[in-house]
Design a protein around this ligand. Sequence first.
Ligand code: OSB
Ligand code: MG
Length: 369
Amino acid sequence: MRIDLIRWRILRMGLRQPFTTSFGTQTDRTFLLVEVGSDGTVGWGEVTAFSAPLYNEEFTAGAEEVIRGFLAPALIGKEMDHPSRAHKAMAFVRGHAMAKAGLEGGIWDLWSRLQDIPLHEALGGTHRAVEVGVSIGIQDSPERLVDVVSAFSAAGYRRVKLKIEPGRDFRYVAAVRKQFPDLPIMVDANSAYTLADADHLRKMDDLGLMMIEQPLDHDDMVEHAALQTRLRTPICLDESIRSPKAARDAIALGACRIINIKIGRLGGLTPAIHCHDICQEAGVPVWCGGMLESGVGRAHNVAVATLPNFTLPGDTAASSRYWDEDIIEPEVLVSPEGTICPPTGPGIGYRPLLERIAMRTESLVELRA
Ligand code: OSB
Ligand code: MG
């Protein structure tokens, strides 16, 4: 296939509820949606960077600038026999993983549509149902958190992930554990602690958690390895795993026992699969993280989560957990058993709703070969 169209736009969508992590509160989502075309067929991708560089250094306006100036020109007019070519063609740009992943995702969708196969099949997926958990933002009180957990647990989610930060951690999680003795619970600190907090974090060992995600610095490995020797609870790395090689290093160092795979943070589906394979070989389970994606990014997450070593429930919650109206049809649904069935149609298998997308578009740029 020859890439003859690249179109990107900035969208803004209001979240149903504000989402609070240790690095801030989000009330809406501004992101880039990408279309990549060949001979009249179009594939869709999403750039998962937030509007501000708080999760990693990327942000929506910066990602757009990198796409406009460097990445789109490197792809337009190019012949590609396989989507992994796109990853290679963009490798000359250092970093900017999420900008690359949005374009590469569009190319994977396009390619699988042209092959007339579902994206999950193109990726080598094997699971016929994807297990789903839900990530719950920091709440104002332990009582409020228990209420929110009750609702999601009743809806079928297989595990809950509770965001924590110093001052809103042990007491909050303990309240949930007391109410739900058997519920799979994990916590995510988004780098809010230091190694000096090791004794404090060790109290979490009494709560029977599946894992603690990214307790220390966003770019750290060595201190996570030191912390893991002092915790029974498995550490899961998110922010620190920016490449397949980083996953290899983290495992070699003993910095984690579980890895969160995010397509955007890793720079695309090609490196995400590579990271999955490294973890599988090392016997390290993975699960699919989320970045409050619209339906387009969510569809990519569902597809990658069908790979065999995704053995833990991911953060790929239903569309309705985030949006009053998603921009795809059908929206992503979670069964009462807490699973998502990957769609059977070609490509991402969900139809982008052009009118809804147009209504929420703030700007649009198009490049043709
Ligand atoms: O650390 O996984 C994270 C949301 C924003 C930024 C970082 C993270 C998250 C989530 C939400 O946990 C995952 C989701 O539901 O999409
Ligand atoms: Mg995380």
